[in-house]
Design a protein around this ligand. Sequence first.
Ligand code: NAD
Length: 370
Amino acid sequence: MTTYNLLLLPGDGIGVETIAEVERIIDFLNKAGRVKFATDTGLVGGAAYDVHGVAISDADMDKAHKADAVIFGAVGGPKWDGVPYAVRPEAGLLRLRKDLGLFANLRPAICYPALADASSLKRELVEGLDIMIVRELTGGVYFGEPKEIVTLENGEKRAVDTQIYTTSEIERIAKVAFDLARKRGNKVHSAEKRNVMRTGVLWNEVVTAVHKSYAPDVQLEHILADNCAMQLVRNPKQFDVIVTDNLFGDVLSDEAAMATGSLGMLPSASLGAADPKTGKRKALYEPVHGSAPDIAGKGLANPIATIASFGMALRYSFDMGAEADLLDKAIAGVLAQGLRTGDIMQPGMTKVGTAEMGSAILAELQKLAA
Ligand code: NAD
């Protein structure tokens, strides 16, 4: 039987509570016996700082490099607000992304029918919505140099951020998007601002070239990023996969996410380059939400975002699409039964805590798998 190595990094706050629910799903899959997940755990964020004085230790980074996938909870909290910038909790996540070379961020926006009324958009616009936003994560304006605030001779200040993209950076993210589209609705929208940005011109040219040579079977449309933002609220179901740069991806993925209701529902994956020998990619799976200090330790957190992130690991790291589908169905089933954590509570529904929601999803999964 194949054994996969998982590194669990619960981190801080509700990360600890939601990862505990994922561990129960892992136990179930191990007992089901198709593959074996060997799990190890490490410290990240404030939890790592308290023990090691850094946001992730070299030993835990080493474990992350060796793991087949990292399952991450959340980091941060008021306890660590005053720690030096270089070792702040978020630095642990940034180091993981950088050292593992995680350049592709996948953010699905899926609207479960039972939650369609919780969206800020009309039910008919979002019911059945299933979009994947592929955001370039390690380049662009968040990292380009120069990046500075300088004082000019006249005393005024000038701030500069620099947007940089190279051909190879665009090629590799475009390929991820086309590969994903083939497994979904076979359509990619590439969003940039070629009308006003040179990086947009290059982005457009390179995506067009990759499409021609690598994925002529997939439908490609180019869209200006501002129009994409508008279309996401006007008619979101027209999209299947959207590929875009770091900055536009940051904004568009948050916008698309709101169609689905709550932060507690949003999973994500970050993938690195495929190993030329094995084809395997380094990967980290994490909920979009943070450590939610306001509800941490109270058993109130919605575990669905973290459980669905593990579902993405099954699909994208372990080729276990059937199991991932069952897990998604189990989540949809529990929501259809009317169970809700506080963040997605609606009138007439049954309010439950983290462990109860986790138990209900596990029970539904067991039923579906039987
Ligand atoms: P947050 O996502 O932690 O919380 C925002 C709001 O959403 C809070 O009211 C919280 O209770 C609620 N919420 C979030 N996830 C929930 C869940 N699963 N179930 C129920 N309610 C949920 O964002 P914040 O409050 O801006 O940040 C808190 C801390 O988390 C900060 O230290 C921040 O730096 C950190 N943070 C970490 C990450 C990460 O680890 N990737 C991401 C964002 C923020």
